[in-house]
Design a binder for this molecule. Sequence first.
Ligand code: SAM
Length: 238
Amino acid sequence: MEGVNQSLTPEPGSLYVVATPIGNLADLTERARSLLEKVSFVACEDTRVSGGMLSKLGIKNRLVSYHDKNERTMAISIADRLANGESVALISDAGTPAVSDPGFRLTRQCHVLSIPVIPVPGPCAATTILSASGLPSDGFLFVGFLPPKSAARKRFLESHIDSPYTIILYESCHRIEKLMAEMLEILGPDRFVCIGRELTKRFESITTGALASVAETFKTSSKKGEFAVVIAPRKFVL
Ligand code: SAM
């Protein structure tokens, strides 16, 4: 039998953490759609971005902004509204909230107040690229974005050279070339990697292999769009 958490209709006083597409709108789940339509309001990072996405999906609801800069105060105010019986869906610009995105402060505040926090799983760039990478996927370390400064990024790579886990990280189009050069320098040409670009979108590409050959392919491919990177454990060979 369907439990309360699995219902397509929101329970009053519950926070739903709803994953939304990372590119392909058809990836929104039926449960996500139903809850986004029926909750009292949707808390989102950027009302223009989410407004645009929800309108393309034919979903109408009130949007309240909850982002990096107002997270602390909004977490308290949204949790108060939940405590007063409203139901809320938390979304981010794309993918799973709280994964390299705002969300943690609100979910924590809800747990402090014993407000139910209900995950509504779906797309996430990290698990999307891992699932298609052809690299070991039984144990992995997700690190989000590396620090912007080169010295700190190299320190990170150096300290993870012998990682027994596959590493997943996010990178912007502005720094992806820099990251490729840093990985080659620190991890060496034989380390296996996978670069996922524009996943689930029209110009999706997934390049996997030893760093030297992936870097070579990368020289002539587009650097536009969004990138997710997977690095195999040192001992991995095909
Ligand atoms: N919460 C999101 C998730 O569940 O994946 C991640 C948000 S984070 C601010 C955005 C980063 O995720 C992008 O810079 C990129 O590294 C990665 N990303 C998001 N969508 C992607 C896509 N379609 N293809 C490749 N990487 C993507």
